[in-house]
Design a protein around this ligand. Structure first.
Ligand code: V47
Length: 380
């Protein structure tokens, strides 16, 4: 190997294709589409992980973030019938539910006693619920829990609600913001490539519309996350395309906070024949995300989706965040997840500490949270 930049002794690989990629990474350079495909193809997952860990420690040091949050899914009624999903159900079919507003507010207050700093709100695309229902839901939460950050509604829900309310997307976002939405989650991105999207989620907005909606959210002053659903029918090229399209939007807006790869859970979906992802793919996906998304500050190993055990290992493969206590996850559990539906703060701290990282309780905007017994303060 000839290299202008001395390779740290601990970087070793038996795959020569990784040396030029390592040179770029160590020099702080940007990886190309072809580099991304190589990172998926190589058998040397540990070398990919080593590089991702190098970047992760350069950006985040030894810290690993978590938060105390609660999920609220106001309805599972959905017009979309996505093949990837086991959560959504057609109106008037068995197992549907829609929360009355009072019920949603009570749900927000229930669960563990540790004061939550974030409500994460997503749900189905209900054909009849008016936009006002969602605005009232958020207003009611803000009235009752003024200190809690509201991270609500995916780009897909925003586009759907805008159409139903006959508003433009910027108008819809402005109304959400005025009602109390503080930022947006990253769901619904799936895989941007049309060929894949037509099969796994045909009735959703397309990849370009998801990205355009994200740009408008960022322009409206709402930060958001970004996800990618992997482990179904996508190719390595589709994965790299997805990541590079996110990177391009981030270059423009800087509005994404965190990238969250989501492993496909096939149970009870129309794609039930697809096997579950393996641990190696899960950690490789975290690592490739960290390496290609050089303009994202955070990579999340969502423990509910990848199990606490793999999330812990992911903290050494490029991830710096494990999400939070969650309390009552539904979307993954309807699709066969066997993880607990929530975790206590002390368990998250143990998980992080035993990975050799320093636990850092954050709010949704990554500010430090300090706690007394039943309340918290945020460093601003
Ligand atoms: O949008 C649905 C995915 C997402 C399945 O922003 C499935 O902080 C796997 O977006 N197998 C919802 N995935 C979850 C999500 C999320 C989770 C945690 C944190 C954040 C954040 C966002 O779950 C959906 C879809 O992409 N999904 N069904 C399934 N069967």
């Amino acid at each position: 190997m000839t290299s202008a930049i001395p390779m740290p002794r601990s970087f070793q690989t038996d795959d020569a294709r990784l040396y030029p990629i390592a040179e770029k990474v160590l020099a702080g350079g940007r990886l190309s589409f072809e580099d991304g495909v190589t990172l998926y193809q190589t058998g040397d997952v540990l070398a990919v992980g080593w590089l991702a860990n190098y970047v992760r420690e350069k950006i985040n040091g030894n810290v690993a973030y978590f938060n105390v949050n609660r999920h609220i899914n106001p309805t599972n009624v959905c017009v979309a019938s996505c093949r990837l999903c086991a959560f959504g159900r057609k109106k008037d079919t068995e197992g549907t539910y829609t929360m009355a507003l009072e019920e949603a507010w009570q749900t927000a207050a229930s669960g563990y006693t540790e004061a939550v700093t974030e409500f994460h709100i997503v749900g189905g695309l209900h054909p009849d619920l008016p936009f006002e229902y969602f605005l009232d839901l958020v207003r009611g939460l803000k009235e009752r829990f003024p200190q809690v950050h509201i991270k609500a509604f995916t780009m897909v829900e925003v586009a759907f609600l805008a159409k139903r309310a006959k508003l433009t997307i910027p108008e819809t976002l402005q109304r959400m913001k005025a009602a109390g939405v503080d930022s947006m989650p990253g769901g619904g991105a799936e895989i941007f490539a049309d060929r894949v999207r037509h099969i796994i989620c045909d009735h959703k907005i397309d990849g370009g519309e998801w990205l355009e909606t994200a740009k408008m959210a960022h322009q409206a002053g709402l930060r958001s996350n970004a996800t990618m659903l992997y482990g179904h029918i996508e190719t390595n090229e589709d994965r790299v395309d997805h990541l590079l399209r996110l990177r391009a939007v981030q270059d423009e807006t800087g509005g994404f906070q965190t990238f969250i790869p989501l492993a496909f859970h096939p149970d009870h979906t129309a794609l039930e024949h697809i096997p579950r992802t393996t641990g190696m793919l899960d950690v490789r996906q975290i690592a490739v995300g960290r390496l290609l998304l050089d303009n994202f500050a955070h990579i999340k190993a969502y423990w509910q989706m990848m199990t606490p055990q793999i999330a812990q290992i992911a903290l050494r493969f490029g991830a710096d965040d494990v999400d939070g206590t969650v309390i009552e996850e539904k979307i993954y559990h309807d699709a066969g997840a066997t993880t607990p539906q929530g975790m206590r703060r002390a368990d998250l701290i143990r998980l992080i500490t035993e990975a050799g990282r320093e636990p850092f309780e954050r709010d949704t905007l990554y500010r430090a949270v300090t706690r007394t017994d039943d309340t918290f303060t945020i460093a601003v």
